[in-house]
Design a protein around this ligand. Structure first.
Ligand code: PLP
Ligand code: ZN
Length: 501
């Protein structure tokens, strides 16, 4: 769309200027730090940080209705830097000039309503937001676009050089980190640490393909995380885990998109998010709070965090109703098909505690809930969703199992609409589907394959082995026709096909 035909009142806002003054704020002692350096925890008290904008009050001076209009018109621009998460530049990283923004196609993922068959089965109206349709096939690209753009900004300003980026990962962070780092070519090298045999083959192939150094470590994600923390304390490396506050900032875009996709009306909406390291749920709540404080949305949607019973430290923390008695205890995880969320000691727990409190206070009621689901429910609901046109990963299945649980617990009513985070693409986790279909999931998972859900390929061979075509030996025309007829008859028989008239 031609800039000239944009409405007058938004013209001066449509291309964002560098207006923000961002700083890190410690969630422990409240100390503030400059963003000109790579920083992940408070040097004073070692707590995690969040990014804030000193000029946020200037954003609040613009009426919410005008912001809505700005974002709706910005949707029509053809400026790559503004096509992804930075459509919401003023709220995502307003200190970063457009030239430093890295855009690889992330964000603005489809919101797909469940068909009537599935809605009936579940008992509530719901949508999936398909974050598996991001460039590295998970929502992690949102946070990575932000983290890597912030690094590019520091490089462009000669504040850092020769960056070595590291992360620990349950699979998807490393795929995103390696992809975005590889785009910055020689300016940045990346190394990823993965728990040996605890990521899928597809996830392992991603950082390898992007050219990252890949280290496999015995143990689980929580062990890898400790090593990466040690490295980032002792050596000069850029940490790309969600400990990095820039990751959280970028992932707030998920909420902004939901607000825009639902015409800025958040009444009677319930957002379901699977929880692992708890970075995503922190970001999702934070995003809605910022839009609410800027009057862009006039109510805060309900939030439901979902955990597997095999990795549920956040759920357990909130089981205690008395706030003053709650105590966070890390847990030992058990094997989970929601492997990307299989974390016993979430790095963002202090963020969750802080933001949940703010969220409920602003909502004037309890508006954040946590539910726990079985491994069986995760697998069964994932497969059921995907048999109805979705592309949910196991964590997306966890979300749907969470919705079913929330209905049982009256956390959600049929007057409300659920929006579930399909956090990664189904294909990344197809190993679990294969094992389920072969009734071969290891016992510790406690999952039985439902025969009605099993699906296997059928190999159809001709009766006469001499009539088998191969690349080496092509059949003669007559034999080939016999082969085609034989196989077709068998398929027609299997499908119970009727003859044409
Ligand atoms: C990382 C990840 C999660 C968990 O998100 P956190 O921010 O760690 O809580 C869930 N699903 C998928 C597919 C992931 O990659
Ligand atoms: Zn501190």
């Amino acid at each position: 769309m031609m800039f000239d035909s944009f409405p007058e009142d938004i013209k001066k806002y449509i291309i964002p200027k560098v207006t923000g003054e961002l700083y890190f704020k410690c969630l422990g002692c409240g100390e503030e730090y400059s963003i000109d350096k790579l920083l992940y925890v408070c040097p004073e008290c070692n707590e995690v940080l969040l990014l804030h904008d000193r000029n946020f009050k200037d954003l609040q001076k613009i009426p919410g209705r005008l912001w809505q209009k700005i974002f709706d018109y910005r949707r029509m621009l053809n400026i790559p830097a503004l096509k992804g998460i930075y459509r919401y530049h003023e709220f995502i990283g307003s200190c970063i000039p457009l030239e430093s923004i890295i855009y690889l196609g992330e964000g603005h993922t489809p919101v797909v309503e469940a068909n009537s068959n599935l809605q009936k089965k579940v008992g509530n109206k719901f949508f999936y937001k398909n974050d598996g349709q991001n460039p590295s096939a998970s929502f992690k690209d949102r946070g990575m676009a932000s983290a890597i753009s912030s690094i590019k900004y520091l490089i462009d300003n000669n504040l850092i050089s020769d960056v070595i980026a590291v992360c620990a990962s349950t699979g998807d962070t490393s795929a995103a980190a390696a992809l975005y780092a590889s785009y910055l070519g020689p300016l940045i090298k990346s190394a990823v640490l993965l728990p040996h045999k605890k990521v899928t083959a597809q996830q392992l192939s991603q950082p390898l393909g992007s050219g990252a150094r890949v280290f496999e470590i015995p143990g689980v994600f929580d062990d890898c995380m400790k090593i990466v923390e040690h490295l980032s304390n002792k050596y000069s490396v850029a940490l790309l885990n969600s400990k990095n506050a820039w990751r959280i900032l970028g992932q707030e875009s998920y909420s902004y998109e939901i607000a825009q996709d639902f015409e800025w009306d958040m009444k009677n909406r319930v957002i379901f998010v699977p929880i692992g390291n708890a970075g995503n749920i922190s970001a999702v709540m934070n995003g809605f709070i910022k839009f609410y404080n800027a009057d862009i949305i006039d109510s805060l949607p309900k939030i439901v965090g979902v955990q597997s019973e095999h990795a549920d430290p956040v759920f357990r923390y909130y089981l205690e109703p008395d706030k003053s008695k709650r105590k966070f205890v890390p847990i030992n995880t058990k094997p989970s098909v929601a492997q990307a969320a299989m974390i016993g000691n979430p790095v963002s727990m202090p963020r969750v505690i802080n933001i949940v409190q703010q969220y409920n206070k602003l909502s004037n009621c309890q508006n954040v809930f946590f539910v726990q689901v079985t491994e069986q429910a995760i697998m069964d609901w994932q497969l059921t969703a995907n048999r109805n046109g979705h592309i949910a990963c196991t964590q997306g299945g966890e979300c749907l199992a969470g919705l079913v649980k929330a209905i049982q617990l009256d956390i959600i009513t049929d007057k409300e609409t659920a929006i579930l985070d399909a956090t990664a693409h189904a294909m990344k986790f197809s190993e679990f589907q294969d094992l389920y279909f072969k009734s071969d999931i290891a016992q510790e998972y406690k999952i039985k394959s439902d025969p009605d859900k099993i699906n296997q390929p059928y190999l159809i061979m001709p009766d006469n082995p001499d009539l088998t075509p191969s690349q080496k030996k092509r059949l003669g025309q007559k034999d080939f026709q016999k082969f085609v007829k034989d196989i077709s008859d068998k398929i027609a028989n299997a499908l119970n096909l009727k003859g044409t008239l």
